[in-house]
Design a protein around this ligand. Structure first.
Ligand code: XMP
Length: 336
């Protein structure tokens, strides 16, 4: 029998490419999780990303309401994203889910902070604090589940060898000393494509399982410079329009990542025959296999025209739309 909880992927472990293999994995992990946690409670930070969602679905299948999911809305989520997580897990899967709207905590701390690394650090640190505050309110929690996947483990090995990262990527980092749990990491030997197959086999919606990557600091690194609520709102609306048009035109499955960025500059425009100062929305649409390098996806002009028209007419505060045609390298995928 394959030990899915080993620390290194066993040589005999076949790639999970279909539902049969996914179901065998799910059955083995359900047994392993039950054996590990018994009747104890398990805590999980559920962002709504693929990895934490698959872990949640797996644990719900194994231990039902012994799993306590905490969804922290840091105010930097995309349009309707937190609502979607609550709808799917609380209402659809009957999960034991705590929803925390921490928008004000994050945006107050970020006010006036323009340095990208400082923003990332504030968001990462506050995320842990909000999550820890919720964890302290709970009783009898013994375990912490995490959506660690195999590339994370390979990445840590690289980090341990002293290779420097370009940006301080944030997912759930270390918890404070007073909160020490044993870890449950049921997908830690899986690659991303395998996580998606397992997610679909668990019945998660296709759109969630194949959703494009979204950074931990969320729209915080796309609302460039010091975040303001009005510019963040404009970004969220513009991004929703871009995603809607990509969906409608069949680009969603073809382009790896596509989003809007808004810099902290204004230009002069005209609307209703009057001077109209506004921010530019910058569209970025890239393809990549591993996010280490990325190429620019060509988007048909007709679709771009519709997007420009909709964003400039429907979003308050935006008067221009630009397109970023820079591959990685030399640009990174995100702007901050
Ligand atoms: P960059 O900007 O470094 O991004 O070219 C590469 C990929 O990583 C995503 N990204 C993040 N993902 N936490 C994450 O989980 C983060 O802090 C983070 N920052 C960037 C980015 O969206 C792209 O897919």
């Amino acid at each position: 029998m394959i030990d899915y909880n080993a620390n290194v992927r066993p040589a005999e472990m076949e790639r999970i490419t279909d539902f049969d293999k996914a179901n065998a994995f799910i059955d083995a992990q359900v047994d392993a999780i039950r054996a590990q946690v018994g009747d104890k409670k398990v805590l999980l930070a559920l962002s709504g990303g693929v990895d934490s969602s698959v872990v949640a679905a797996l644990l719900i299948k194994a231990i039902g309401k012994q799993l306590v999911c905490v969804h922290v809305n840091h105010g930097l989520m995309r349009k309707n994203e937190s609502e979607g997580v609550v709808e799917l897990f609380k209402n659809g899967l009957d999960a034991n889910l705590i929803y925390v709207d921490a928008t004000d905590r994050f945006l107050d701390l970020l006010a006036g902070v323009s340095d990208p690394e400082s923003k990332r650090k504030i968001i990462g640190k506050e995320f842990i604090e909000v999550f820890a505050d919720e964890a302290r309110k709970l009783e009898d929690v013994t375990y912490l589940a995490q959506g660690t996947i195999y590339p994370d483990i390979l990445e840590s090995i690289k980090a341990a060898e002293g290779k420097k990262a370009v940006k301080s990527h944030h997912n759930v980092g270390g918890l404070p000393e007073d909160l020490q749990f044993e870890l449950v990491e049921p997908i830690k030997l899986l690659f991303k494509d395998e996580v998606r197959v397992v997610g679909e086999a668990l019945g998660l919606p296709h759109g969630m399982v194949y959703r494009q990557p979204f950074p931990g600091p969320g729209l915080g690194v796309r609302c460039l410079g010091a975040i303001t609520r009005d510019r963040l709102h404009a970004l969220r609306e513009a991004d929703a329009i871009l995603r809607e048009e990509f969906d409608k035109n069949g680009l969603a499955g073809k382009v790896w990542q596509y989003f809007v960025v808004i810099p902290d500059i204004k230009s002069v425009g005209v609307r209703d025959e009057s001077r109209y100062e506004g921010w530019p929305a910058i569209i970025r649409a890239v393809n990549t296999t591993d996010a280490m390098t990325a190429t620019i996806e060509e988007i048909p002009y007709a679709i771009l025209h519709t997007i420009v028209d909709r964003i400039t007419h429907e979003v308050e505060g935006i008067n221009r739309v630009l397109m970023d045609l820079t591959p990685k390298p030399v640009g990174t995928i995100e702007w901050e």
